[in-house]
Design a protein around this ligand. Sequence first.
Ligand code: ZN
Length: 281
Amino acid sequence: MIKISEDILGGLEGPEGFIWDSENYSCAYDSLLTILLSIWSKDPVKWKRDFKDMNKIMNVLATGFHHVKSNQGTLESTRNKIKHLLHQRMPGLFPYGQVGTAVNELAKQLLRSDNIIASAWQQCVGCEDESNLHNDLQTCVIQCDYDHDCTTSACLQKRFRERHPRRKCTQCDGEIDNIMCFDVIPKILVLAMSDISTSVRVSKKISFRDGGSGVVFGLKGIVYFGDFHYTARVCTGGSVWFHDGMATGRGCTYEKKLSEFTDAELSTCNGKTMSLVIYAQ
Ligand SMILES: [Zn+2]
């Protein structure tokens, strides 16, 4: 008997994924890179430029993806090259062997920009006195540490302007807002979740206004963590695919249409909770 899911798929090819390395644990890399590969695959010429603009390691990644497409290497040799570059820079965060790597640290370093992406400051609502927090964002990863019972879009809105819970203005004793503003709107945006942000629901789209025009980010994938292992969901062409370097390996398993998922359903996956939510323009 033919299963309905196979019937619907008929001939549709799913995204390719990275195969897990049992000698040097690679699940953090496999999950994030499978999603980045899916993003790159949509338009290799455009993304080669965008990856290159981000930093050297992302340029190496785009070149590696290109080599794989022209049968000059494997996805795993590309992954190992990225791992080697990160290990050289920060051996403590990116170790070799049968030990884990934190995927949020991986995303932060991999998606680091040579330029400032967003700047943060505090503004008094009374007298508009401003002070720079010297806390500029130089990576496409935004941490959602204190968020719960909201959506990823709301988490992000709060980063742009949020009332400070305690601090008062030294000039007029007015209330203080924490403000963040993009210097350049990045092409990829990642929200990193903490343990307490498990009740955050996943927005399928995030919209900004940049001057007069709107910028829309679409959901491209989610990395989940549980039982000392990372897995991923890849969203492409309106479909959602599951990847686990240990179980699905080179391929991904089709789940269902993105439109059929509720935003709460996307927050967990086979008992694992989400670590990263990845969007792209
Ligand atoms: Zn004031």
